[in-house]
Each structure stands twice: as C-alpha cells, then as structure tokens.
Write a protein that binds this ligand. Sequence first.
Ligand code: G6P
Length: 609
Amino acid sequence: MCGIVGYAGPRPVLDVLVPGLERLEYRGYDSAGIAVETGSEIAVVKQVGRIADLERALETRRPDGGIGVGHTRWATHGAPNTINAHPHLDCSHTVSVVHNGIIENWADLKSGLIERGHSFASDTDTEVVAHLLEEMSNVGLAEAVRRVMSIAEGALALCVMRRDEPDVLVGARRGSPLVVGLGDGENFLASDIPAFLEHTRRMLVVDDDRVVELRADDVRITDLDGMEITPKERVIEWDLEAAERGGYETFMLKEINEQPSALADTLRGRVDPMGAVTLRELTVPDQILRMIDKVFVLACGTSYHAAMMAKYAIERWTRLPVEIDIASEFRYRDPVLDGRSLVIGISQSGETIDTLAAIRYAKAQGSTVIGVTNVVDSALAREADAVLYTRAGPEIGVAATKTFTTQLVAMQLLGLYLAQVRGALDPGSVAHLVRELSLLPEKVTEVLGLDGHVAAMCGEWADVRDFFFLGRSGDFPVAMEGALKLKEIAYVRAEGYAAGEMKHGPIALIEPGVVVVGVAMDTRIRSKTLSNMQEMKARGATIVMVVEKGAESEVAEVADHVIALPDSPDLICTVLAVVPLQLLSYHVATAKGLDVDKPRNLAKTVTVE
Ligand code: G6P
C-alpha cells in the first residue's frame, strides 16, 4: 500500500515518474504527488484523487530536474486529501519525504518536534521524518536517514531528497518493499518492479534495514552502521506486456482470462511423468516433513480462502491435523505450536504485514515455515525456511483472481507432496490426483467460455442489495471467495456461509430479491446442499446453482440459473468453481459502472497492521 517511484538520470523526470506511478496505482490511489529537485528548489505538486488528477495538476506546472520522486497514497494517518498527499516537506522546504508504511511512534516524535519549534502542515505520520531530517542537516543525507531509521518504529519504505545534495535520492527500507532498477546512466527506486520495467530489467532487491543512495551513475547500499552491502543483481524475467492490459477492458478481466496459462505455469516441472510431485525448490528436508505433527496455514483476505481449501486438502490427503488462522489473529490467541509444527504462510504479494508478523511469531517458536507467494524475493519468500512460488505472473487488478487459483493449485501440490513424503497416500492415488490437476488449464479455458452466460444472468442484478454464497466442505471456501469478490469490486453486501449454517440465523435475512448462489461441486454432500438451497428458495430467494455438467437436471427444480462446469474431483474442482464467481462479481460491478481494477478503499498490498 502506497507506491513510491524515484528517478535519477537525464530524462525529463516527470516522463519517468508519472507512468511509473500509473503502474503502481494498484498500491493505493486516494491521492498522489511528485517532488523534483529543479536546481533552485524542491518543487512539489500533489493532488487528491487518482494519478489522472495529478496529471491535470501537472499541466499548469511541470517541474524538471535531475532527480525526482513520486508517490501514490493509501491513507493510514490523515484523511485522503491534497494536504496529506505525499511528498511532505520540512519547515524550511529543504527536505522532501515520501513513505510507505506506518511510523508507529509518530505521535511521540511529533510532539517532541513541535516542542522544538517545528510546525506541521499535514496530519500524516510521514511528515515527522521530514522534520527529523531537518534537524540533522549537519550530517550527510544517507547518515541522517540511518539515524531516522533507528528512531522511527514500524514499517517503512522511504525515499527522500535534500537541497544540499541535489544529485542523490536516499531510500530506506524496513518492512515495506523497495527495489532498485539499474539503468545505463540512470537509476530507479520503487516499491515494485512495474514502475521501471519499461526502462530496465536489471534490478536489486533492497533488504530490511538498508539505506540506498541512488544517483544517475551510481547506486550505493549500506546497512544501518554504514557498512556497504553488495546485493546480487537480478534480471526480471517477465516483460512489460505482462503488466499491461493487452487489449482487455480491465486488468481484472485480463487476469481472469490468463488463468489457464497461469495454472499451467504453476504446475510446470512440479510433477514427473510417473505422476509424482517434485517440489525441488522446497528446501525443507523430507525428514522434517515426516516428523511434523501439526500444520498451521495463515493468510489474509483471498489468500485465507486458499488456506481454508488447504485445510481440507492437507487433512484429507495426509491425515495431519491442520489449523487455519486469519494472520492478524494468529499471534493474539496464543497458539500451541512448536518445533514439530509446520506453518504455511500464503500471500500473493509476500508483503502483507499481518502474514509476515504471524510467520515471524511461528519461527520464534521453532516451527518450520513455508511461504507460498507470487512475488519472487518478497519478504515472505526471504523470511520463510522454504518458498513455493505460485508463478501467476504480475497481477495488477486489486481483486485477486489468477493469484488465488494458482494458490489453490500450489497448496494442492504441497498437500500431495506431504502425503507422498509421509506415505499417507499410495503413489497411484497421488498420480490420479496429479493427472486431474494437470487437466485444470484446459478445463478452466472451458469455464471461461461461460462468460456470456454469466454476463446475461448478471445484467438483471445491478440493483440487488444482498447476495449469499453457500457451500459445504471444499465448496465453502469457494463460496467465501465468491462473496468477497462481490463485496470488493461491486460494493454489494455479500455473505459467504457454510450452507448448513444458514438455518441457525442468517436465514432470517432471506426474502424475495435476495440472490443466493449455491456451490455444489462436491458430489458427496450435494444432496445436503440442495436441501439448504430449497430452504432459501422457499423464502423467495433467486437461486443460482454451480454444479458439474450432468447434474443440471438434479438442480433444475431449485435453480433459477445453473452454471454447469467440467467434472473434476472434490477439492481440485474448487479451481473451476471459483472462476464463474469471479466473472459474476465482474459483471455485477461493470453493470453498476464501477472501476473494478481499483475498488474504493482497498489496496493490493497491505503493509500496515
Ligand atoms: C489486500 C487485498 C486482498 C488480498 C489481501 C491479502 O487486502 O486487497 O485482495 O487478498 O490483501 O493479500 P496477500 O498479498 O497477502 O495475498
């Protein structure tokens, strides 16, 4: 949340900053701003609203110079308005600061600064950094930033400029992501790769507690003691096209349609011709996986729904007990875990602070931690004992789609691998399930062919106020995800519920005009889900049933609409069942004229607790 892009080099600085901010807008979009060192001042332009609003403000004032920084904001401290937009300046306008994260001790720092005569322009936590740096004008900027890093508590990524060092941008990172793009006679500093991908594929990942001095011709990284660090240069493998819309109306629609290839990538090289699972990158020794006696899966948001599915899969296939937790709750319930516990953190971004805090807690208890993430070298990838990448490619739409279905498959591969290593499933059963997994890309392509059918159904629902999504067993996480997608992008009250639990309370909300989507892919319990759907129908709800092909006649009596999907075994079919629900939320949101890629109040990467 919040996006930073900094540039040092010969190009017109706004030609780099503004497109860079557009590519980072998924990180937050309530206000944006730029600061440029012009040679005579640090010129700041900022504006509440989207990057397009900032661009309009830049039409009348377009500062240029050798270095500059831009920021797109997701408000934490201080309302989303122009004053609170970054960059922030000190009293003498000699320092500018942009920040991603939260400075937890900002209130104490601010009152000290006010006592010492500083006056504040904004309500943000960030502004304290500008004033602290103002007090440190007697030391070099990089050293001053190191000192600020030792004073400020919480998650930070900073990028600062100071008038007396007009050729250098200084960045710092603790907890919030920061990467360097290495160019030829120019360099970039950003929260995420798409900000500079059109200019270079060479990059450095900045670790926690590092300070970066970025000049057009030089990048220097030091630790908080000022010792120089040389991180390994990496080459970004995906290209810009992967981070652009490619002819689709929205990123979300593009990403929904990319699921067949994303799933094929998740599976590639991870199953052998005999049908065994081969997770070479999983560096946890098999003997540790054999002595594990309990599994915890921790995640937030959509990733938590992958964790829900993972509980069913791992328990069914390995017979290990699995607990799942919303990551922000985990530490506070005093969970019982030890050196024989396996803790799996799922996070598409790999930067969600709640999930990182939870796995850090687990590591401190001596547990083995596996990270499942889409972002190479993200904090989760680096902090876990081993990592399994979902390989979905960049996902720009704020609502997770292809990162979710690839998480489901990654967790199924992990579940089967555990079962294989521990001898809990015989090789024939593993091979059968692996074969089914490898059919998913083709089957998802078939499901995407239902788009017109789903769109026609949703055309009538732009004004529906209440949706329920119901399912049992593996269909339950799918229902939860269907409801979350609709809430996120269509701003409709949507509840995901265990189908059998409705009668214990929420059924009171069912009346004509409510749409209830029943997910009934799990053949073992379909008749029970159908009974629950009858209970909804009897109270006047409009009923949509998601079933596999061949079951249409079974649900014809209860359903007003049927979505019939290719057949697939229980749990594996979750990957198929969620796709029409992504389309459903998409079409309801577009029927309401909403911006599905940037839903209000959300950010794709949430680096605050
Ligand atoms: C944010 C996003 C959600 C996402 C959640 C967890 O709230 O808006 O779409 O599911 O974070 O993100 P993660 O990167 O940890 O999967």
